[in-house]
Each structure stands twice: as structure tokens, then as C-alpha cells.
Design a protein around this ligand. Structure first.
Ligand code: CA
Length: 517
């Protein structure tokens, strides 16, 4: 990457030698007639993170960023002009039947030895980064009562058990009024089940049901499942109450206390960094996402893979246009085919709704300089670093192996976060350019800003400022290492992220592609 450093003069970032557009770095953008150090002069004002034509681009010619085609000029674009969404025709999505398959598998990098964190070892071999009592649900009907009970548990019981970090209600909108045997119903059902098995719940999750709902407790907690403790009472159904609301609250609190006593016995122990299961995603992206934050995540991801950890990336609609770059990196044909299968499933899912992947890009993305989903995708997949892709898991499925994993989820922040929790994520990292206060109750969320301006404006929400890369104050490598150490500190409980400190928690949002009745 070529960086042009000067704090006040016009600056841009060019990502690849083949690129014919560059991205403006200056906080306030640049005015008409601004001259960059290489002599390029703007013919109109260009906002920060938006693109400038490096050369004259004739109508019909390819516009390249990251060395890839992000669109075709709909009219002649003058050197120094502001290249905008409306001037570009979007390329069509790469056809799935002619992709390069596992033909450029990156060689394994040298192992990184000796890195550890302090975690809670679980009976099933997984490791938690937090010690949380999770109370899951079979149906939305119980949410009001459970929320009331959890508030009282947090206020009255939790202070008695100082080694337990929190109590969390896993409430959701599924469970009844749904076609429970529909073709795609396995997705929300296995998501609810696997959420309760998240390593941060220590195998001690409880279930609150109503009694007459379609989703039964046995589908949420299976017998013969080593990842959950069914030796003690684990279920309470509200319809079993013969005295009403007050009794329900008492029963839930009593049940919760039996698990709090067990969880409170647990202590952190030193475990290898390979026990980390990091989930990565982005939200509120801008044109800097692919220049600063996501490349730093990619570097840190490679470090974690070298340390033997599990790293997940997701967001199908944000990899679809760059899928040819991922199928190439699949470790074998099975993994490449699994990637294609997930893309194909999602293409059909969008088609049923008469939409396509271009529905992903938001007005904020565009204001942040991202012209279309192709440009957004190229910046998004940079998070995955340069390692081979070792496995693919479907939505709501639990990850069962280490390495770099594509976890097929929608890009929606809450749905992606929920599905990564179900996959077994014990730490989450989230990059943002436009800014979001996003957080999750079940796992710490590290928020990384793509621009320094955002980090300065939101100093008590952004944990790591990757904007330093654009201004030349840090390299991608330096920030990657910083993130790697920060992950281990947060995983160990030595540091708390801002979202944790403020208790900023987005809801669990299930992905339910099946009919509601
Ligand atoms: Ca997202």
C-alpha cells in the first residue's frame, strides 16, 4: 500500500498498482483545485473516504480498486474528478459454476508458540472467556416473565456469587406460530440449541418454556450432550405454575441459584491461545474499512491461525462478489464446494424475495464512499487475512475444528453476531467506519474504528483506532499485533471492552428463512 504522509496537505491512499482511483484521507475531504504530493489535482471537491480518478477514465472502461474491477464508467471520468456511485455500472456477480476451486491454497505459516490467555475450561473441552449464567427460552411467550426474573437475579443473587460475570436471558422471537417442520426450520432451531452451548455459558444454561409451544425443551437441550449439564434440574415451564406470576419468578430464581452456586466455583486457568474462537464482522462500513481496520484484522487473524486458534468470518452478501478469491484459497475441493453451496443457497434465498446482493449496501455505506456491493465486498474479505480457508459452517451450525472458518451468515450485524455465538464464538471483533455502539451480552465485543475521526468523536465506544494506518501513524502489521495482544487481554478478563463496561447489548436475532404461520 502506498501512503502519502502530511498532516494538513491533501492525501490519498492507493491500494494496488493497477488501481485508477484513489481514496481521499483528509478528515474534511479536499476542495476543488487541491494538489496531492504526486501532482494529481482535483477538478471538484471530494469528501473524505471518497474516490478520485487518478487518470482520465473513458466511458465503458473498468474502474479498479484493490486491483479488482469495482465498476464500469457510465461516462468519461476526468482525471481529478470525484468518482461516484451514479457514474458506475456494477459488474454482475461471478457465476458460481466457473470459479477457481482450491487452486491457490496458501502455504501454512510458521506456528506461533507460547501465547496464552486465562480462560474457563469447560467439560466438553471448549474454553469460555467469561463465566455467564445463560437462561434460554423455547418461545417468546416467556420473555416478559424471564426479563423480570433476570433483573431480580442480577440485583439480588449475582452479588453473592462474585466469580460469575453476568446472567443473560437468551430471548428470541421463535418457538411458536412458526412452521416448525418447514424445509429451512432447522436453521433457527439449531441456532437456539447451539446458543445454549456457547463456551461462555459453561455448560450450565437453563431453559424456560411455556408448555404448549411448538419448539420443545428437548429440541433446545438434547440428552447425551456433553456440552450441557443435565444432571440437575435444567427446565421450568411457566404453565406448571399453579399460583401465577409471583410464583414463576420465585421458581426461576431458585433454579438460577442452583446454577450460580456451581458457576461460582469456577476459576480461570492458563490455556493456549489456540482455545480462542474469534468471530469477525463489520457494520456501518465505509471506504476506509478495506484500507485500515479490515487489513489489520486480517493480519491479526493470520497471527491467531498461526497460534492454532479458530477464526470465523461471515456475511455472505459481503463475500459473494469476491467469492472467486475465497474458493481459490479453500484448503481442498470439499471446502471450495461448501463455499459455493452456501453462496448458491443465499442467491436462491434472495431470489425468493425478488432481491439480490446489491440490497446489502446502505445509504451510510454510500455516504462513506462505497459505491456498490462489489467495492464493499473487496474491502470486507480483507478481514480473512491470507491463510487457507479450512472449513465452512452453515447458519446456526457449531464450529468443530480450528483454523480459518467461513461461517455462512447474513451480514445483518445482530443476525451475524447471533449465528457466530451459536457457532461457538468466545470473542467478537467488529469494525466500523460510520460508527455503531453495537455489543453482545454473551461475548465481549472489541470495536475497531476505520477512521481516527470516529475514534476521537466516540472515545468511550471505540476500543481500537485503526485510522492510524491511513495517516501513517501505524502500519497494518503494528496494528495487527496490537489487536492480537488486545484479544488475549480481553479474553483473559484483564481488559473490558467499552460495550462491556456500558453493558451495551443488542438483542439475539435469529435467522429464520422458514415460514411464520
Ligand atoms: Ca455486519
Amino acid at each position: 500500500m502506498q501512503l502519502i504522509e502530511h498532516s494538513d496537505s491533501p492525501r490519498y491512499v492507493r491500494l494496488h498498482a493497477d488501481d485508477n482511483v484513489v481514496v481521499v484521507v483528509n478528515d474534511q475531504g479536499v476542495t476543488e483545485g487541491s494538489r496531492f504530493p504526486d501532482g494529481l489535482t482535483t477538478v471538484e471537491g471530494v469528501p473524505q473516504s471518497h474516490k478520485v480518478a487518478l487518470v482520465d477514465i473513458p466511458e465503458g472502461a473498468a474502474v479498479r480498486r484493490y486491483g479488482q474491477i469495482i465498476g464500469y464508467a457510465l461516462k468519461d471520468l476526468r482525471q481529478g474528478s470525484w468518482v461516484q456511485e451514479t457514474q458506475l455500472a456494477m459488474p454482475s456477480a461471478p457465476p458460481l459454476d466457473s470459479l477457481p476451486m482450491s487452486d491457490a491454497v496458501p502455504a501454512a505459516l510458521a506456528p506461533l508458540e507460547g501465547f496464552t490467555f486465562e480462560g474457563f475450561r469447560n467439560a466438553d473441552g471448549t474454553v469460555g472467556t467469561r463465566n455467564i449464567l445463560g437462561i434460554t427460552t423455547t418461545v417468546q411467550c416467556v420473555t416478559g416473565v424471564l426479563d423480570h426474573a433476570v433483573k431480580r437475579i442480577r440485583e439480588e443473587l449475582l452479588p453473592k456469587y462474585p466469580h460469575v460475570d453476568d446472567v443473560v436471558a437468551l430471548t428470541h422471537s421463535y418457538g411458536c406460530g412458526v412452521a416448525i417442520n418447514a424445509r429451512d426450520a432447522y436453521i433457527p432451531i439449531r441456532t437456539v440449541r447451539n446458543l445454549a452451548r456457547n463456551p461462555n455459558l459453561g455448560g450450565e444454561a437453563l431453559v424456560i418454556g411455556l408448555g404448549c409451544e411448538k419448539l420443545q425443551a428437548g429440541q433446545v437441550m438434547h440428552e447425551n450432550d456433553s456440552s450441557v449439564d443435565l444432571s440437575d434440574p435444567w427446565l421450568y415451564r411457566l404453565q406448571d405454575s399453579s399460583h401465577g406470576f409471583v410464583e414463576m419468578i420465585e421458581q426461576i430464581m431458585e433454579l438460577a441459584e442452583t446454577r450460580l452456586k456451581k458457576l461460582d466455583q469456577r476459576r480461570r486457568e492458563t490455556v493456549p491461545a489456540s482455545e480462542l474462537i474469534l468471530g469477525m464482522q463489520c457494520g456501518g462500513s465505509d471506504a476506509f474499512s478495506g484500507i485500515t481496520a479490515n487489513p489489520a484484522l486480517g493480519f491479526a487473524s493470520d497471527l491467531l491461525i498461526r497460534a492454532g486458534a479458530t477464526v470465523m468470518f461471515s456475511e455472505v452478501t459481503e463475500v459473494r462478489d469476491a467469492i472467486y478469491m475465497l474458493t481459490s484459497r479453500a484448503q481442498d475441493m470439499d471446502v471450495a464446494q461448501a463455499l459455493v453451496r452456501e453462496m448458491d443457497w443465499y442467491d436462491q434465498y434472495l431470489e425468493r424475495g425478488a432481491a439480490d446482493r446489491s440490497a446489502n449496501t446502505t445509504p451510510g455505506n454510500k455516504k462513506g464512499g462505497l459505491s456498490n456491493i462489489v467495492e464493499k465486498s473487496l474491502g470486507s474479505i480483507v478481514k480473512s487475512g491470507s491463510s487457507a480457508i479450512n472449513a465452512v459452517v452453515g447458519p446456526g451450525e457449531r464450529v468443530e475444528r480450528k483454523g480459518l472458518i467461513f461461517c455462512a451468515t447474513p451480514a445483518s450485524d445482530f443476525v451475524c453476531g447471533t449465528l457466530q455465538l451459536a457457532a461457538g464464538m468466545n470473542l467478537h471483533v467488529f469494525t466500523t467506519g460510520r460508527g455503531t455502539p453495537y455489543g453482545l451480552a454473551m461475548a465481549p465485543v472489541v470495536k475497531v474504528s476505520t477512521r481516527t475521526e470516529l475514534a476521537e468523536r466516540w472515545p468511550d465506544l471505540i476500543d481500537v483506532d485503526a485510522g492510524r494506518i491511513a495517516t501513517g501513524r501505524a502500519t497494518i502489521e503494528e496494528l495487527g499485533w496490537e489487536l492480537f495482544h488486545y484479544y488475549l487481554d480481553v479474553a483473559s478478563g484483564r481488559k473490558q471492552t467499552w460495550a462491556e463496561q456500558h453493558r451495551l447489548h443488542n438483542d439475539i436475532v435469529l435467522f429464520n428463512p422458514a415460514p411464520v404461520t
